[in-house]
Design a binder for this molecule. Structure first.
Ligand SMILES: *Cc1c(COP(=O)(O)O)cnc(C)c1O
Length: 447
């Protein structure tokens, strides 16, 4: 417990000064983070009470190894003692090269070249530019649009926003500026790993119907599109919604048939979260993308960094074009501190055995199925390190957040979803706390 200091408190000073994501300046009061360790956040509320809680969000899916990990702290410190930043125009450094080599080695085969960007959204912008530049270089400058599926989320910058879900995304706020993209139906929902694998009859029928509708959309608009862009196997911020891996095979086929590239946005699904190292891996070699984006967990949540990877064929076509280069170059491109920590985080992922960790999360999160008996609950789904309670009505975010905190877990629900993506270092006890907090909070607030 710390004494409340109302006037001077960080929470009071924040109010009206700082914007928070998608929130009014004087929206609901934030909690103050005063420390963090392993899977736990130390939070102070406006009541002045200090609580140590399990971070069920991994700070928006990024802090996979937990806070203040000794190996990541040491990597950051060592690089601080060398140099923390240097421009990437005309210069290079070991942290960038070592991270690039690791990414090429671990991502699906065929991806050979790396462009470092400073956030996930920017890596999506770069992926879209690369697709457009590729098509122009391949004598298809008329291919100016993108085909995607409803229910997606690809970031908050303008090109990325244009391929987010047209209803739930921000299209209505910027109607005059957003590019008009081509939207196919949402793929069918997969409620479990077996349904993602397509092992049930219902799923394969649903996939066939969906495939027919996608093929129809591609038949009408495919020749105007540079690429298909999707989040493989799990639509994240668009609804925490897994879908069958066969849909990825369909999209690969459709892309090839209509001369489009295939972009996999793995910013949320990369690095083990869904139970395979990348979402693409669920569909194996049959669905390999031409372009792939990673971000979020790339640095273990230490700082912002993302990357776009592409195949040799895509890169070579751009090299032969009028411009001869990818037309992008952020000031903080390949920031050495971020690259160093990212390389250490990827090493840790492999040393710790991400597969065992994520399988353990999946078993622990199975407890969420108990929520199925609540009258407010529509359904519960678990895939890898992702657990979702979907309500029949929009979540009372403030009340559910508070009720979950009182039960020991930090959650950040949205729309009708109370979900968790726990750090991979969460213990079985932490997972029990998280599940009990989510179920208890939903029961208390929504019944
Ligand atoms: C979070 C996210 C982004 C945007 O990344 P930022 O780092 O927030 O810009 C893009 N695509 C997907 C799938 C994401 O989950």
């Amino acid at each position: 417990m710390t004494a409340p200091t109302a006037l001077g408190s960080v929470i009071a000073r924040d109010r009206g000064l700082l914007w928070h994501p998608y929130a009014p300046l004087r929206g609901s009061l934030p909690y103050e983070v005063v420390g963090a360790e392993g899977p736990r956040l130390h939070l102070v509320g406006d009541d002045g009470v200090r609580r140590s809680v399990v971070d069920a969000m991994s700070s928006w899916w990024s802090v996979v190894h937990g806070y203040r990990h000794p190996a990541l702290d040491a990597a950051a410190r060592a690089q601080l003692d060398r140099f923390s930043h240097a421009m990437f125009g005309g210069l290079t450094h070991a942290p960038a090269v070592e991270l690039g080599e690791r990414l090429v080695a671990m991502t699906p085969s065929g991806l050979e070249h790396v462009f470092f960007a400073d956030s996930g959204s920017v890596s999506v912008e770069v992926a879209m530019k690369v697709a457009l530049q590729y098509q122009a270089a391949a004598n298809h400058p008329e291919r100016q649009r993108f085909l995607t599926i409803r229910g997606g989320y690809h970031g908050d910058t303008f090109a990325a926003m244009s391929v987010c879900d047209p209803v739930d995304g921000m299209h209505s706020a910027f109607p005059g500026v957003l590019a008009r993209q081509v939207f196919a139906d949402r793929p069918p929902l997969a409620r479990s790993a077996d349904e993602v694998r397509g092992l049930t009859r219902d799923t394969s029928d649903a996939v066939r119907r969906w495939a027919a509708s996608v093929k129809n959309v591609a038949f009408q608009h495919g020749s105007a599109c540079a690429a298909i862009i999707v989040e493989p196997v799990l639509q994240g911020a668009g609804g925490m919604r897994p879908y069958p891996a066969d849909c990825l095979r369909v999209l690969r086929e459709v892309a090839d048939e209509h001369g489009m590239l295939l972009v996999h946005d793995e910013i949320a699904t990369g690095f083990g979260r869904t139970g395979t190292l990348f979402g693409s891996d669920w569909a194996g070699e049959d669905a390999r993308p031409d372009i792939l984006c990673v971000g979020k967990a790339l640095t273990g949540g230490y700082m912002t960094l993302a990357a776009m990877l592409c195949t040799g064929a895509v890169a070579e076509t751009i090299e032969r074009s009028q411009f001869g280069a990818v037309l992008h170059g952020p000031t903080f491109m390949a920031n050495p501190l971020a690259c160093t920590v990212a390389a250490a985080s990827l090493d840790l992922l492999i040393e710790r055995g991400w597969q065992r960790d994520v399988a353990r999360l999946e078993r622990g999160l199975a407890n969420l199925h108990e929520a199925q008996s609540l009258s407010s609950v529509d359904h519960v789904r678990v895939l890898g390190g992702v657990g979702v309670i979907q309500l029949r009505e929009p979540v009372d975010v403030v009340a559910v957040t508070r009720a979950a905190l009182e039960r020991g877990a930090w959650v950040r629900p949205f729309r009708n979803l109370v979900y968790t993506m726990p750090p991979y270092v969460s213990t079985d006890d932490d997972l029990r706390t998280t599940c009990a907090a989510m179920i208890g909070a939903v029961a208390e607030v929504h019944g």
